[in-house]
Design a protein around this ligand. Structure first.
Ligand code: BGC
Length: 347
């Protein structure tokens, strides 16, 4: 028989075990059963209807091996929603979480939850600022170098303007252009615009900016804004630089519905090389785009996520990728025109 003292020691011991197991399972939170032996990866997208990201997420899902589970959430453009999704994924036992931030300047709640639970985060596509990524050693970023995409777009546009005299429709020796910009505050909007226009000028093209419009990466918004440009400037727009393919396609939609004959259209350049973007290059509606390597980014994210889930370090990837500051992996962009479109179509 147990003595009163032994019974008391036993009961304290049992309470401790219960407390620890409650803490480990998230204290009464609703959890789905984490299959033993399986690695669980969580992912949240700022907006699952974004063309580029939906293709990137599809590529990522295509990597998942039989002993790995993937849980994906759509934050529907709400940072608050995303914050609670991250908490939920932690409760659901995710070993690592891939976060496409809604508001790249507001990752505090995501970082705090992850850090408290010891779950590493791979941010992607929407880059958090340096001060934030430095807040914990298990925060990483996979993406691309925005400046490089701007430079490549500027080079493509310059080559066309300098070699095809028909671009300068009014023959004034100056290229009248407009810019379609992504979300204000997104690293890829600010930087792409700046580098694209500066490169164009550096390459020796004289330019005259007629206007710019923020169309939030969105095809329909870009169509509306371009229709307004057509109303204001008629056929005097000679070049459209778009921060992504979807907005370039919106511009094409606007010209198609304007009834203007194709020879009156400006030359249009995008960035991304989404399936629809590549088709527009193939069909000679868009002169060129810059390939945003979604396959490469998805592969790098997966390789990194798996390493982190197993307790490994990003340094183990340094033979395959250029890892900078022990935190960043950036995949290179590439120029796409009619000349090399076949090696990109159907990737
Ligand atoms: C892509 C855009 C996309 C945006 C979303 C950019 O890198 O080029 O197409 O809408 O990311 O964050």
């Amino acid at each position: 028989m147990l003595s009163a003292i032994n019974r008391r020691v036993l009961s304290i011991l049992l309470s401790c075990i219960l407390l620890v197991s409650m803490l480990l399972t998230g204290c009464g939170a609703e959890t789905t059963q984490h299959k033993p032996g399986k690695i669980r990866i969580g992912m949240t997208l700022y907006d699952q209807y974004d063309t580029f990201l939906s293709q990137l997420a599809e590529e990522f899902a295509g990597q998942i091996e039989p002993d790995v589970e993937l849980i994906t959430y759509n934050a529907s453009q709400s940072q608050q929603t995303q914050n609670s999704q991250v908490r939920k994924m932690i409760e659901e036992g995710c070993d690592v979480i891939c976060v496409n931030l809604v508001d790249r300047t507001d990752p505090t709640a995501v970082i705090d939850s992850a850090r408290k639970a010891g779950v590493p985060i791979v941010f992607f596509n929407r880059e958090l600022v340096e001060g934030d990524i430095g807040r914990w050693d298990k925060l990483f970023y996979v993406g691309a170098d925005a400046a490089q995409s701007g430079i490549m777009q500027g080079e493509l546009a310059a080559r066309t303007c300098l070699t095809d005299r028909s671009v300068d429709k009014n023959l004034d020796g100056i290229i009248q252009y407009v810019v379609l910009e992504g979300e204000a505050g997104h690293q890829d909007s600010i930087v792409r615009t700046e580098y694209s226009v500066n490169t164009l000028m550096k390459e020796g093209v004289k330019v005259d900016k007629l206007g710019y419009a923020i169309a939030n990466w969105n095809r329909a918004q870009a169509q509306t804004k371009t229709s307004q440009f057509i109303e204001s400037f008629g056929d005097s727009i000679e070049l459209i630089l778009s921060n992504n393919d979807d907005m370039a396609l919106g511009a094409i939609d606007a010209y198609e519905s304007s009834g203007m004959i194709k020879s009156g259209w400006p030359v249009i350049f995008g960035i991304d090389g989404t399936d629809v973007g590549l088709e527009a290059v193939r069909d000679d509606k868009m002169v060129g785009t810059v390939y945003n390597d979604k396959e490469g980014q998805a592969r790098a994210m997966y390789r990194l996520a798996m390493l982190l889930a197993k307790g490994g370090s990003i340094d183990e990837l340094s033979d395959e990728y250029a890892v900078s500051e022990g935190k960043y992996i950036r995949l290179p962009y590439a120029k796409v025109t009619a000349a090399n479109i076949n090696s990109y179509l159907g990737r």
